[in-house]
Design a protein around this ligand. Sequence first.
Ligand code: TOD
Ligand code: ZN
Ligand code: ZN
Length: 494
Amino acid sequence: MKISTVTKTINEWSGSVLVAGVLEGKTESQINLFKSIVNETYLSQRFSNSKFQGKKNQNLSIELIDGSIKKIVFVGLGPAESLLIDDLRIASSIGTRQISDSEGKVGILFPWDAFDPTSAALAVGEAVRLTSYKDLRFKSDPQEFRKITEVELIGLDKRANSIISEINPICEGVEFARALVSAPPNFLTPSQLAKESKKLAEDYGLNLKILNKKDCEEIGMGAYLSVAKGSDLDPKFIHLTYSPENVKNKVVLVGKGLTFDSGGYNLKVGASQIEKMKYDMGGSASVLGAAKAIGKLKPSNTEIHFIVAACENMINGSALHPGDVVKASNGKTIEVNNTDAEGRLTLADALVYACKLKPNAIVDLATLTGACVIALGDEIAGLWTDNDQLSEQLIRAADIAGEGLWRMPMKDSYKSGLKSSIADLQNTGPRPGGSITAALFLKEFVTSNIPWAHIDIAGTCWTEKDRDLTPKGATGYGVRTLVNWIKELNLKSI
Ligand code: TOD
Ligand code: ZN
Ligand code: ZN
C-alpha cells in the first residue's frame, strides 16, 4: 500500500475514493468545502435526509457520476472539543470498510491540525491497511480481493513523511501474526512454526537457533517437554536474534506457542471452545510478527531475542497425567494439578532460558487465562510486572498503537494458591484471581533482578466480530505495542 502526504486542497485532488472526516455539528461549513465536487444543495439534502450529523460512528457514502472521484465517504468524528487520535483511527477504519472494490487512489481528509502529524499519519495509515486485511489462503477458490493500493493524506504536514515509511513494515508484522494465528493446527504445527522462523532469519539476517527435543532434555526443560509428551508432533524451541551494531540494550520477547491446546487429560469440554485452540500460539505470533517488523525496520542499539517454546497439548498413552510432578530447568518441581494450565509450563522453561541471556528486560505474551478475558474482555490485555518503569513504557507503547493494556496486581500473597503438598508448587491456583496466580507462577522462573513483564492476550488475540482495525478473527494484537516499545528503548534504558 503506497502512502503519501499531498499538499493539495480537495478541489485539486484527483483519485477514486475520498474519505472525509466531519466534525459533529459542522456539516454546514463542510458542505462549503465540497462544493467544487458535489452540488451544494444536493449535498445538504443528502446530509439532512440521512440524519448524518458528524457523530462518531456515523457515515454517509455518496456515489458521484462526473469526474475522477467515484465516491465520497463522509465519516463522523464527534465534537471538535473531544477529538482524539483514536477517533481518527476508528473513522479511518469505518471509511475503509465502505470501500468495497478499490481500484485507484484513496484520499483521506481529516482535521489534521488538531494533531501531531507523525502520530496522525501512523494511526490513519495503520488503520486503513489493517482494516482491509483478508485471509483467503484456505479457500479452494479465493475470490478476487482488491486491497487498497494507494492512499494520500490530503493536506497533512510533510513532517509526517518520516513515519510514513514505517507503516508498511509494521503492518506486515501485524498481518504475519494474524496469518500465523488463523492458520489451522494441521497446517501450523510446531515444526511449521520453526520453518516460518527460519524464513524470517533468512529474509532479515536474524540468527536462528532451534532446540530439538533432545537439546531441551539436555538443559532439563522438564516442564516444557511434559506438555509435548501427548502429541505425535515434536516440540521445537525457537530462538531468533536480531543484533545491530552498538548494542546498548538487550531485551527478550517470549511468546506462548501452543499450536493446539486440547487441554490434555483435563480436556476442554463444554463451553471451553476447544475448536478455537489454534489461537493458543497467539503470543508466539505477536513475537514473530514483531521480529518481522523489526527485521524490516532495523532499529539501532537494541539486541532483541525472540523465543518460543512451541508444542501441542494433546492426549495419548504417554501424555502428561493430571497429578504428575515435573522439573523445570531452574530445578523447581511442579505438581501438574491441571494439564490445561500447560502454557505456563512451557513459559517456565522459556523464561529460565531467557534469563540466562542476561537481558535488560524480558516481556512475555501469552493466551494464558480465561480469567483475564473475564476481567478485561477482548479489547484490553492484562499486564503484570513488578517494575513501574517497564509498566509505564509498555502502556505508553500500547497507547500509541491504540492497543488496550491495563496493569493488573501482582499480589504476592496469592502465591499461597500455588502451594503443593508434594512438589515446590502446583501449576494451578483457585479459579478466583486465576490470571494473577498464573502471573505469579511465571514469576517463579524469572531471576529477580531482571525487569520482566507478562502480558495476557487470551482476550485480545482474537475477535468474534469486525471491529476497529480488525476484521473478525486474529487481531495481531501486541505486534505494534512491542515495536513501539523497542523504538522508544533507543532513547532510554530500563
Ligand atoms: C486454566 C488454568 C487455564 C485455562 C486456559 C488455558 C476459563 C476458560 C474460559 C473462563 C476454565 O475455567 O477452565 C478457564 C475461564 C473462560 N480455563 C482457563 O483459563 C485451566 O484457557 O487453557 N490455558 O492454557
Ligand atoms: Zn490450556
Ligand atoms: Zn493454552
